[in-house]
Design a protein around this ligand. Sequence first.
Ligand SMILES: *[C@@H]1O[C@H](CO)[C@@H](O)[C@H](O)[C@H]1NC(C)=O
Ligand SMILES: *[C@@H]1O[C@H](CO)[C@@H](O)[C@H](O)[C@H]1NC(C)=O
Ligand SMILES: *[C@@H]1O[C@H](CO)[C@@H](O)[C@H](O)[C@H]1NC(C)=O
Ligand SMILES: *[C@@H]1O[C@H](CO)[C@@H](O)[C@H](O)[C@H]1NC(C)=O
Ligand SMILES: *[C@@H]1O[C@H](CO)[C@@H](O)[C@H](O)[C@H]1NC(C)=O
Ligand SMILES: *[C@@H]1O[C@H](CO)[C@@H](O)[C@H](O)[C@H]1NC(C)=O
Ligand SMILES: *[C@@H]1O[C@H](CO)[C@@H](O)[C@H](O)[C@H]1NC(C)=O
Ligand SMILES: *[C@@H]1O[C@H](CO)[C@@H](O)[C@H](O)[C@H]1NC(C)=O
Ligand SMILES: *[C@@H]1O[C@H](CO)[C@@H](O)[C@H](O)[C@H]1NC(C)=O
Ligand SMILES: *[C@@H]1O[C@H](CO)[C@@H](O)[C@H](O)[C@H]1NC(C)=O
Ligand SMILES: *[C@@H]1O[C@H](CO)[C@@H](O)[C@H](O)[C@H]1NC(C)=O
Ligand SMILES: *[C@@H]1O[C@H](CO)[C@@H](O)[C@H](O)[C@H]1NC(C)=O
Length: 749
Amino acid sequence: MKNICLNMERFSLLAFIFIPITFTYGFNGESFELECPDECDCHYFRINWVTDCSESNLTEIPYDELSMSVYILDLNGNNITTLKAFPGDIKMRRLQIANNRLTRVDREAFKGLEYLIDVDLSGNNISYVDPEAFLDSRGLLNVELQDNPISVVDGPFLISTTLQYLDISSCNLSEINPQFFDNLTSLTTVDLSNNPLKTLDGSVFDVLTSLETLKLNDCKLTTISESVFSTSINLKNLELAGNQLSNTNWPELLGKMIRLEYLNLRKSGITSLSEDTFSNCTNLVTLILADNELRDLDVAAILGSSVDHLELLDLSNCKIQGPISGEAFANASRLKSLYLSGNPLFAPDLQEALEPLPKLERLFLSNCGLRNLPDNFNVFDNLQELDISHNPLVNVFTKLLAPLEKLEYLNMGYSNLSYIGPDSFSKMTSMKRLVLSGNDLLSLEAGLFGNLTQLTTLELELCGLKRPLNANVFFKNLTYMDLREIRLGGNPLVIPDSGPVFPKQLSQVTILDLSNCNITSLNADAFKNTENLTELNLAGNRIKSEYDSLSFLERLHQLEKINLSNNNLTTIDPQVFVNNPKLHSLNLIGNPFVCDCKIAEMWDWANMIKGNLDVLIGAKSAERDIVVKGNKKKKHLYCHYNETQLRNMSLPINKTVPGRRPFMKPRELSFANRTWAKYVRESGCEPVVKILRPVALVAELFDFNDGHISSGTIVLAITLATTTIVMTLRLFRRRDAPAEDTENNRKLR
Ligand SMILES: *[C@@H]1O[C@H](CO)[C@@H](O)[C@H](O)[C@H]1NC(C)=O
Ligand SMILES: *[C@@H]1O[C@H](CO)[C@@H](O)[C@H](O)[C@H]1NC(C)=O
Ligand SMILES: *[C@@H]1O[C@H](CO)[C@@H](O)[C@H](O)[C@H]1NC(C)=O
Ligand SMILES: *[C@@H]1O[C@H](CO)[C@@H](O)[C@H](O)[C@H]1NC(C)=O
Ligand SMILES: *[C@@H]1O[C@H](CO)[C@@H](O)[C@H](O)[C@H]1NC(C)=O
Ligand SMILES: *[C@@H]1O[C@H](CO)[C@@H](O)[C@H](O)[C@H]1NC(C)=O
Ligand SMILES: *[C@@H]1O[C@H](CO)[C@@H](O)[C@H](O)[C@H]1NC(C)=O
Ligand SMILES: *[C@@H]1O[C@H](CO)[C@@H](O)[C@H](O)[C@H]1NC(C)=O
Ligand SMILES: *[C@@H]1O[C@H](CO)[C@@H](O)[C@H](O)[C@H]1NC(C)=O
Ligand SMILES: *[C@@H]1O[C@H](CO)[C@@H](O)[C@H](O)[C@H]1NC(C)=O
Ligand SMILES: *[C@@H]1O[C@H](CO)[C@@H](O)[C@H](O)[C@H]1NC(C)=O
Ligand SMILES: *[C@@H]1O[C@H](CO)[C@@H](O)[C@H](O)[C@H]1NC(C)=O
C-alpha cells in the first residue's frame, strides 16, 4: 500500500514533466494560429475565438491586429473615446465596449458588421445614437446601452427588425416619443428603469407585440395611461417598482395582460387595491406588493378567485393591520412562498390563515412581533424554510418550538439569540436543514444537536463561535450519516495547532464552508476526521505561502472544489495538489501573489495536467463574463512586481519560449499589477521541466520498482498513456475548431 502511495506521488511528478511535450503549440492555454493583439489575451470559448482586451488601459481599438475570425471582442474597462470602422471582412459576433469613454454611436463604426449579434455599449458617455447604426447587422439580437446620458431621442431610436433585447436603463430619458419603438418590432425585453419618465402615455408600446419583459422601475411615474399596455398581450414580466402609482386604475391597466406571470409593484405608493385588480391575470405566478401601505388589505378579496397559479406572494412591510381573515389565502392553494415579514401579526390569526396552504415551502415571518407560534406548523409537509428571525421569541424558546416536531427546515437566523438551551431541538428529529446563522451564540451547549440524526445541512454562519463544532454537541460514537454540509463562515475560529478540527461524528460531511474565519494556518491533520470533503471554502482567511501551509490538502483525495481566494498567499506550487486528482475548481483570486515563475507553473498545471485552464478561476473570461448582462468588471488572477523588479525590468521582445506566445511590440512596465495571463506571456519563464524522452521516463518509472512491476505501476503507466492521447486529441480538435465554426455559420446564414 505504501509503495503505491509513493508511486502515486512519483507518477504525478512524472506526468507533470511528460505531458507538456505534446503541447509546444500552446500559449496562454490555447493554440495561437489566429491573430491576437499584443495587449490582449486570446482563447477559445467553446469553439469561438475570444479576444479579451478588457481592463488593459487601451485608448483605441487595435483594429489592425484583430483576427478576421474574432467571435467575441471584449474591450470593457478601457479608455476608448472614439470608434472607427472595423476591417471589412471581420466576422465578429459580440462586441463589448462597456465602461469606456465613447460619446457617440455612429453608423460608420458599425458598417459592414454583418455577423454582429450582441453589442454592449453600457457605462460610456454616449449622448447620440444614430438610428441607422446597426442597419448592416442583420442578425442583431441584443443591445446594451444602459448608463449613458442619452437624454433626448427624436423619432425612432434604432432600426432593426431582429433586435430582441434592449437595455436603456439609467439613460436620463425624460420622454419616450411616439415613434421611439416603431422600427424595433421584434423586441421581447426592454429595460427602461431609472429614467425620469414621470408619465407613460398612449401607444408607445403598441408596436411591441412580441414584448415579454418590461422593466419600468424607479421612473418617477405618477400616471400611466390606461391603454398603455392594451396591446401587450404577450407580456409575461412587468416591473413597476419604486414609482408613485396610488392613482392608477389597475383593473383597466392589467385587464388585457392575460399572460402576465410576474408582477413587481414594490414600493409604489399603493394604499388600496380593488377586488378586481388581478381578475384577468389568471396566469400570475409571482406577485410582489412589498413596501406599500396596504393597511386594510383584504388579501382574500384582492386575490379573488382567479389567481390560482400564484406561487410567490410578497406582502412584506405592508403595514397590514390584522386580523388576517381565515379565508385570506383560500384561493391561493398553490402558493409555495409567502412573505409576511415586517407586518405585526398574531399567532392565532396565522394559524387560521395558513390552513389552506399545505403546499407552502417557504414562509417568512421575520420581524412580525410574534411572541408565540401557531400550533399547526406540522400541517406543512413541504415547508422547507420557516423564517422566524427578528421576533421577540427569546425566553420561551423551547416551548415555542415544541409544535415543530415534523419540521424539516428551520431558519432562526439573525434572531438576537445569545443562548440556545440544550433541549431546544431534542424533539425535532425530522430536521434536515437547520439555520442558526447570525446569532451571537459564542458557544454551543453539550447535546444541542444530539437528536438531529436526520440532519443534512447545518448553517452556523456569523455566530461568534471560537471553537469549531465540538464532539459533545452531538451524540457520542454516532456517525451522522446524512450530515453532508456545514457552513461556519464568518466565525472567528481558533484552530488547534495539531490534530483534527472536527469530531468523528462528522465523517460524512462533503461540503464545508470555513470562509472568513480568521484562519492563519491549518495543520496537516486538520481534516483527518472529514477526509471525504469534496468542496472546501477557505476564502477570506489569512493563510500564507509558508512551508507546509497547504499540507492539509494531502488527505483530501476526494476534493473537487477549493476556494482559497482572498487569503495571504504570495506564491503557490502545483505540487501541493498532487493528492487531489479530482480537483476541477481552484479559486486563488485576491491573494497578494508575487510575480514569479511558479505562476507560469500553475498555468501549465491547469492547462496541461488538468487539461483545462478553467480549473484556475479567473485565468480567462468565464462564461458569465461573456453573456448579455454579464460581469462588466472581471475578477482576474493578479500578481505584482515589487519596486526593485519593476525598475530593473526589461521585457523580452520576440523571445520564443516553448509553449508561450511572445510580445511583438516593445513595451514598458509602468505599473505593478499584472494579470496572470499577461504575466505568463511576458515573463519568459521556461516551461517547468526540460522536455525528456518519454521512453526514458517510463523505463525510469519501472526502474523505481526494483524490477518488480506492480499492478499499480501498470495502471499508472496506462493512465499516463491514455491521458496523453486524450489531451493530444483535444489539442487537435481545438485547432480545427475555427474553420468548422465559420463553415457552420456560413451554412446557417
Ligand atoms: C484612463 O486615463 C486616465 C488618464 O489619462 C487614467 O487616470 C485612468 O486610469 C485611465 N483608465 C483606465 C481604465 O486605464
Ligand atoms: C494608463 O495609461 C496612461 C497613459 O496612457 C498612464 O498615464 C496611466 O498610468 C495608465 N494606467 C494604468 C493603470 O496603467
Ligand atoms: C420604420 O417604421 C415606420 C413605421 O412602421 C415605417 O413606416 C418605416 O418604413 C420604417 N423604417 C424602416 C427603415 O424600416
Ligand atoms: C377581462 O377579460 C374579459 C374576458 O376576457 C374581458 O371581457 C374584459 O374586458 C377584461 N377586462 C379588462 C379590464 O380589460
Ligand atoms: C432526545 O434527547 C432527549 C435528551 O436530550 C431524550 O430524552 C430523548 O429521548 C431524545 N429522543 C427523542 C426522540 O426525543
Ligand atoms: C465509544 O466507543 C469506544 C470504543 O469503540 C468505547 O470504548 C466507548 O465506551 C464508547 N462510548 C460510549 C459513550 O458509548
Ligand atoms: C484573529 O486571530 C488573531 C490571531 O491570529 C487574533 O489576534 C485576533 O483577535 C483574531 N480576530 C478575531 C476577530 O477574533
Ligand atoms: C470516506 O469514504 C470512504 C468510501 O465511501 C469510506 O470508506 C471512508 O471510511 C470515508 N472516510 C471517513 C473518514 O469516513
Ligand atoms: C500577510 O502576510 C504578511 C507577511 O507575510 C503580513 O505582514 C501581513 O500582515 C499578512 N496579512 C494579513 C491580512 O494577515
Ligand atoms: C523583489 O524581488 C526580487 C526578485 O524576485 C527579490 O530578490 C527582492 O528581494 C524583492 N525585494 C523586496 C523588497 O521584496
Ligand atoms: C518581432 O517579430 C515580428 C515578426 O516576427 C517583427 O515584425 C517585429 O518587428 C519584431 N519585433 C522586434 C522588437 O524585434
Ligand atoms: C493591485 O491590485 C490589488 C488588488 O488586486 C489592489 O489592491 C492594488 O491597489 C493594486 N495596485 C496597483 C498599483 O494597481
